[in-house]
Design a protein around this ligand. Structure first.
Ligand code: BGC
Length: 255
């Protein structure tokens, strides 16, 4: 199994519902070291089909001399490399040892972590929560709601706060960005739902800072000022780079 020389850039792979994106990451700069490549997510996105795409992406990066260790995000619980939940992905992922599968399929050293945990690591190390002490909660608002708990820079993985039950509903079904889109909610109606959601998170965890990520965070000015909370709540900075950068941190063993 090759994993590049001591100075090789780690590679981050972000496995999402529509695309699988990868880039080599410069951990000193906190940014991509080269071009980002993207391949459409296979349908069905079974572990084997996804592993084949990873092999293709990594081979292309290796041609450019990028053959460092690899980190991969998965939108589910990941314990010691084994995927434990699959709320918005193919059910075949549950119970899959993704570290082993991807390592075998790619011939590279691969470590897997939850997608929101990756975004959280990246935002705390290089983004909106850089330098923040105490408890930071990073949430991603997308198809579901992902969450990362980071205390004094240390990640407590798999917090899964999108699955809190609020008023008899799984929170992400009502407050994720996908709910805003499918129910055609106005920004202010969505902000009310987000207020209920974040107030619950605030009561349970008393965080020092909440960071709001996911693609919709680039529209933060349209909804975040209407979210009523005592805790400071700010948009993510790294946007669609956070998953890849966080994955690379994990792949490099810096998590
Ligand atoms: C999953 C989480 C994931 C989040 C964002 C949720 O449905 O349970 O593991 O982080 O979606 O993708």
């Amino acid at each position: 199994m090759s994993s590049g020389g001591p100075d090789a850039h780690p590679i981050g792979i972000d496995f999402g519902g529509s695309g699988i994106k990868a880039a080599a990451v410069d951990l000193a700069a906190g940014d991509f070291a080269g071009e980002r490549t993207r391949i459409k997510t296979p349908d069905p996105a079974t572990p084997e089909a996804v592993a084949a795409v990873f092999a293709e992406l990594l081979a292309a990066l290796a041609e450019d001399g990028e053959d460092g260790p690899v980190g991969v995000t998965v939108p589910g619980v990941v314990r010691h490399g084994v995927v434990g939940s699959a709320a918005n992905i193919d059910q075949a992922w549950i119970g899959t040892n993704a570290d082993d599968l991807f390592t075998r399929a790619t011939g590279r050293s691969v470590r897997v972590l939850n997608d929101a945990d990756a975004a959280g690591l990246a935002e705390v190390r290089f983004g909106a929560a850089r330098g923040q002490t105490g408890l930071v909660i990073v949430t991603t608002l997308g198809t579901g709601i992902g969450s990362a708990l980071v205390h004094d820079g240390v990640l407590v993985p798999n917090s899964e706060l999108g699955h809190l039950e609020i008023d008899g509903h799984v929170a992400e079904k009502r407050a994720a960005n996908s709910a805003r889109e499918s129910e055609d909610l106005s920004w202010s109606t969505w902000a009310q739902r987000l207020t209920s959601y974040y107030q619950r998170v605030e009561r349970l965890f008393s965080p020092d800072l909440i960071v709001v990520g996911g693609g919709v965070s680039k529209h933060a000015a349209s909804f975040l000022p209407m979210v009523e909370l005592d805790t400071p709540i700010i948009p993510a900075l790294l946007l669609n780079k956070a998953g890849i950068i966080g994955a690379a941190l994990h792949g490099a063993g810096e998590s």
